[in-house]
Design a protein around this ligand. Structure first.
Ligand code: 5RP
Length: 294
């Protein structure tokens, strides 16, 4: 039968069309393996190259942060409107429905509470457990300039090594100590160190001259939201970050502490994926919020 098919010449090999060699859409990520890239492509939208991650891992050192007292009640309803979820494995197993289609970025470092020296973290999750839970990346805090700087960098490099074995990207989170200034010089140092030492994604804070920080970081950079701001200010921060080279946001309090979290998520999506101006996005937020209240 097979021989008959070959002889009949019915098969079509499109001999005039060379096979395409696709390049990967995220900066600095072209040389990873298929599974690793596939995980990244779940977090970042391949069309826009950007992501809106919803961060609600704050409890791992702060306990029940305002807005996160009952994640099942306040956060689970928001998850359909985010591109990816950043959380701890405890919350993932206890509260998040396994049927969620959302990619998971799982916090994999921890230890000290807000009552102690925060930089004294250790690896808090085995990479096998991240694979078991079908995570798309693991996140680790890196305290450049902190008391336990080297230990926290070592946490990251260990996770990078174990992540490489299973195709799991590591998100390096640049933590800022109370005494450290959030300027481009410091952020440039911290983000570059994370990337140089193997983080596939880096998370940082927006700061003046952010475009220099983004340009100096060879892998995708996402920004945290930080403390709750008025919605217009938070949208401006997201807009400025995207315009200056960020590949997305990993935002928590400015979404879940907003008066209208779903409207805020929609507005942030517009800014991140469509480049909508922050003033227009704020109008959009108010519109969505009023519709809900109508
Ligand atoms: C905690 C984190 C948080 O995920 C991060 O701070 C994002 O949340 P927020 O936008 O509320 O700052 O990494 O260490």
């Amino acid at each position: 039968m097979a021989e008959a098919e070959i002889q009949s010449g019915e098969k079509e090999y499109f001999l005039n069309i060379p096979q395409q060699n696709e390049t990967f859409f995220l900066k600095g990520c072209a040389n990873y393996d298929w599974g690793f890239k596939n995980r990244l492509a779940r977090i970042f939208n391949p069309r826009s190259g950007k992501t809106v991650m919803l961060a609600f891992d704050h409890g791992y050192f702060q306990g029940p942060t305002t807005g996160l007292e009952r994640i099942d009640v306040t956060i689970v309803p928001l998850t359909p409107f985010a591109d990816a979820l950043m959380l701890t494995r405890g919350i993932l197993r206890s509260v998040i429905p396994a049927a969620t289609g959302k990619p998971i970025v799982m916090r994999a470092s921890g230890g000290p509470s807000i009552l102690k020296e925060l930089s004294n973290e250790h690896i808090a999750c085995d990479i096998d457990d991240a694979v078991r839970m079908n995570c798309s990346a693991v996140a680790v805090q890196v305290f450049i300039g902190g008391e336990y700087e080297t230990q926290s960098v070592n946490n990251m490099t260990q996770l990078v090594d174990s992540g490489m074995k299973v195709g799991m990207p590591v998100l390096g989170v640049t933590a800022v100590g109370k005494e450290l200034v959030r300027d481009a010089k410091y952020m440039g140092l911290a983000t570059r160190m994370c990337a140089e030492l193997g983080a596939a994604i880096v998370k940082t804070y927006f700061c003046p001259d952010f475009e220099r920080v983004a340009a100096g970081c060879p892998v995708p950079l996402v920004i945290a939201g930080g403390k709750k701001l008025p919605e217009l200010d938070a949208l401006k921060m997201a807009y400025d970050a995207i315009q200056q080279g960020a590949s997305g946001v990993d935002m928590g309090r400015n979404i879940f502490q907003s008066e209208a979290p779903i409207a805020m998520l929609h507005a942030v999506q517009k800014v991140v994926h469509e480049g909508m101006n922050y003033k227009q996005a704020h109008e959009y937020y108010l519109d969505q919020k009023n519709k809900k209240n109508a």
